[in-house]
Every structure is written in structure tokens, then in C-alpha cells.
Design a protein around this ligand. Structure first.
Ligand code: IMP
Length: 426
């Protein structure tokens, strides 16, 4: 198996955790390249459910190497807690987890500012996870951030934290009328984390490129989804990193020519958490039904996810901006009870037909979706183990999606367990 990037093709929560888990079995290294503990990858193994926020979900395979790349923002508290929880379930990371020395660190002032900025936005809020992701990436781009390598060095850390706190405490008091952070307390707490994290830290670009030279197979694990990408998503209702496949290169220090294939994970319908445009959002009754059946609640925040019909316009955009070669369709079973299903093939706004994803948020916010309708299959698919065994109308639904996207569907998932996945075949 070559080096593969797995990306979410919608607004995240497509079921990437499970797909990554399946691909991880055939990989040697599994690498996170962007985002932070805003992500929540759920993997069900037998009776155990694991929700990973920061550590690549490949860690659940005992002999795999997992890497947190330079493009990730790391909350040391969350990281150490995740390591502890995994250890309590018999999964040990020592010798298998490597963290980039260039990844940026999330501090409590990032969480605080995340929350305060959201409150200040009132009705225009983004609906962030309040994990400090945006403010941390903002510091990175503003060139004032603190990287893991800085955290590990007493003097550098002291100097950088001092400069950052001076600025942040000023913002907190003068703009938001909020409490300040104490330098001494933060310094002591975070240098303590540094001592625990040190054992995992290295130049992961060297690690990965050496592994590639030795013909090891690398799996790049995307978090969130293309429509949450800071460049290609529904800006400003996005996260602050490049969730698309390009991020796999910049976020790891592995050249794009070393990534052989991009696999897009597509939910059989659409969901999004947080605010922002959602043209195919269901009416309330259907929303409740699908949310309940699909257990559509955020793995990180527990927030109910907004649900809607499959939207070809956004997924086609996603196929293009990611360079998706193959598709995995997840949660097909959630649609089992419906009499008929709709797929949005275009938007109509101000008398104009939009077949391509519009960059103008006004269009997305106010457009009318143009739907095509298909008969449902009204049959439980959760015990089905092959494509051939699917009801005719379910096959038809998948064929339509494949044709509309002009991209091959390779895997289909009909439940959260590993065994509820099968290939589509030729
Ligand atoms: P942030 O990443 O916390 O800044 O949140 C920005 C937007 O991305 C919000 O709409 C979040 O709900 C959304 N978001 C962030 N991470 C995820 C995820 O893993 N799944 C789905 N939505 C996410």
C-alpha cells in the first residue's frame, strides 16, 4: 500500500476514525497533520469505544508508529490526559508516539480568548469548540507562537511566555475586561508538562522521510473536513488550519510527491457542528430522526450536529480541492428507514443557477438547493457484509453519488464496528 492521505470531504465527522482505523492496519506510520484536540475520532472495537482527540487513531493498533506533525496545535494538558486514558485501557504509547518539535502549543490564554472572541461576535459567532485552536494558529501565523521546542528549553520558554503574556494580559484587561494570567503559575505548570512530553519529541519530518526511504507506508490522518478548511471552506465559518490534503505535506514536512493517494471520507448525508451556511439542512422532524439514528452529537463537545441531505456541490468541490482519488461512503445505514432521498445537485440564488461551490457566503446562506429525488430502500443494512447484498435502491443511491462525483467509491460502511464495512468491488 502506498502513502495515503485520508481526508474528510464535508464538514468533518464523516466517520474518519473508523476508516483510518481500517487503513491503519495496512500502514506502518499514522500521522496527524493539522488541527488539535478540536477533533474527535471515534473508533469502536468490540464493546470498547475509543474517542481520540489529538493522538492519531492508529495508536489502537499495537505495533504502529504514530506521529503528531508540525501542523498540529498541541494542548499539553489534553495530550497527557489522552496518553493517561489510553494507558488505563492497556494501550501504551512509549516508543510509538512521536511529536514534532515544531508543533505549536496551546495555552489557557488561547482557550480564554477563543471564548471571549466568540461571545463578542454575538449572532455572528462561529460556534468554535473553544479549545483555543484559532487563537493558537493566529499566534503561529503572527510569528509570536510558542513551539514544542521552545517549551522544552527553560530560558526560551521563559522569554517567549513573558512576551506572550504581556500582550495577552493587555488584550484580556483592556479589550475584554477579563482576568489576567499569572506568569509564575503558567510557567511552572507548563514546564512541568514539558518534562513529561520531552520523551516523545523529535524532528518528525526527518523521522517520516527516513521511514519513506525505507519503504514504510505512511497514513496521513486528516481531521475536520474540507468545508472547514481555512482556505477552501465556508470562510469564516471554518477551523484555522488546512484540513485538505495539501495540509498533509506542509503539516508534516513530507513533500507532496511522496503522497500517492488521497481518500475522501463522505457521509451518506451531510452534517455540520457549529454555525455557518448549510444549504441542505433538514427540516426539524427529519433532523431529529436522523440525528438520533446517526448518533449525531459532537465527539469533542457533545453538541448536537446539524443534519441535511447529501450535497453534491460541496463534495464535488472537496474532490477537486483535495485531489480525491477514491471515496469511502459512511453511515449508509442511517438512511435505511427513509421513503425517499434527496441529493442536492446545484443551488439557485437570485435567479442564477450555481453548479459549482460559490465562494460568496451570501449565496450559500440564501440559496435554494436544487434536488434530485431517489426511492429509499426501507431495509436494515447493518448486517450486510457485501456490496452485492445491499438493497437495489441503496446500490442505486451509491451509483448516483459515484457518477455525480466522477470518483470511484471503494468502501462502504453500514455501522460503527470494524466488521460493518465492505468494499464496493469493480
Ligand atoms: P475550532 O476548530 O474550534 O476553531 O472551530 C471552528 C469550527 O470548526 C466550528 O464550527 C467547529 O464546530 C468546527 N469543528 C472543529 N473541529 C471539528 C471536528 O472535528 N468536527 C466537526 N466540526 C469541527
Amino acid at each position: 500500500m502506498p502513502n495515503i492521505a485520508i481526508v474528510g470531504a464535508q464538514w468533518g465527522d464523516e466517520g474518519k476514525g473508523k476508516v483510518i482505523d481500517i487503513f491503519a492496519a495496512k500502514s506502518d506510520y499514522i500521522v496527524r497533520y493539522q488541527g488539535g484536540n478540536n477533533a474527535g475520532h471515534t473508533v469502536v472495537i468490540g464493546k470498547d469505544e475509543f474517542i481520540l482527540h489529538l493522538i492519531p487513531s492508529g495508536i489502537l493498533h499495537k505495533n504502529k508508529i504514530c506521529v503528531i506533525g508540525n501542523g498540529v496545535v498541541i494542548d499539553p494538558r489534553a495530550l497527557l490526559e489522552e496518553i493517561k486514558v489510553l494507558g488505563s485501557k492497556g494501550i501504551y504509547v512509549k516508543g510509538r508516539l512521536f511529536i514534532s518539535d515544531s508543533a505549536h502549543v496551546i495555552f489557557p490564554y488561547h482557550w480564554k480568548l477563543d471564548g471571549l472572541k466568540e461571545e463578542a461576535k454575538k449572532k455572528k459567532k462561529i460556534g468554535t469548540t473553544k479549545k483555543g485552536i484559532g487563537p493558537c494558529y493566529a499566534d503561529k501565523v503572527a510569528r509570536s507562537g510558542i513551539r514544542i521546542i521552545d517549551l522544552l528549553d527553560k530560558e526560551t520558554f521563559r522569554e517567549k511566555l513573558k512576551a506572550n503574556l504581556e500582550e495577552k494580559n493587555n488584550i484580556l484587561t483592556k479589550i475584554y475586561n477579563a482576568d489576567v494570567f499569572s506568569f509564575d503559575e503558567l510557567y511552572k505548570e507548563y514546564f512541568g508538562y514539558a518534562e513529561n512530553i520531552r520523551q516523545y519529541v523529535c524532528d518528525t519530518s526527518i523521522l517520516l522521510n527516513d521511514a519513506i526511504k525505507c519503504r514504510k507506508r505512511i497514513l496521513f490522518e486528516g481531521a475536520q473536513g474540507a468545508l472547514l478548511d481555512v482556505d477552501h471552506g465556508t470562510y469564516p465559518f471554518v477551523t484555522s488550519s488546512n484540513a485538505t490534503a495539501g495540509g498533509a505535506s506542509t503539516g508534516t514536512g513530507v513533500g507532496p510527491n511522496k503522497i500517492d493517494k488521497v481518500v475522501g471520507v463522505v457521509k451518506a448525508y451531510t452534517t455540520r457542528v457549529g454555525e455557518g451556511p448549510f444549504p441542505t439542512e433538514f427540516p426539524d422532524d427529519l433532523m431529529e430522526k436522523i440525528r438520533k439514528k446517526g448518533r449525531e452529537f459532537g465527539a469533542t463537545t457533545g453538541r448536537p450536529r446539524r443534519c441535511g441531505w447529501f450535497d453534491k456541490v460541496i463534495v464535488e468541490h472537496s474532490v477537486r480541492v483535495n485531489g480525491i482519488d477514491e471515496i469511502v461512503v459512511t453511515k449508509l445505514d442511517v438512511l435505511d428507514d427513509l421513503d425517499s432521498l434527496k441529493i442536492c445537485v446545484a443551488y439557485r440564488y437570485n435567479g442564477k443557477l450555481y453548479k459549482n461551490f460559490p465562494s460568496d457566503i451570501k449565496v450559500l446562506d440564501n440559496c435554494q438547493p436544487v434536488y434530485e429525488e431517489f426511492p429509499g430502500w426501507k431495509k436494515d443494512t447493518t448486517a450486510i457484509t457485501s456490496y452485492a447484498g445491499l438493497p437495489k435502491n441503496a446500490k442505486n443511491y451509491l451509483k448516483v453519488i459515484q457518477k455525480l462525483l466522477n470518483t470511484k467509491i471503494v468502501l462502504i460502511s453500514v455501522g460503527s464496528e470494524r466488521r460493518q464495512t465492505f468494499s464496493k468491488g469493480a
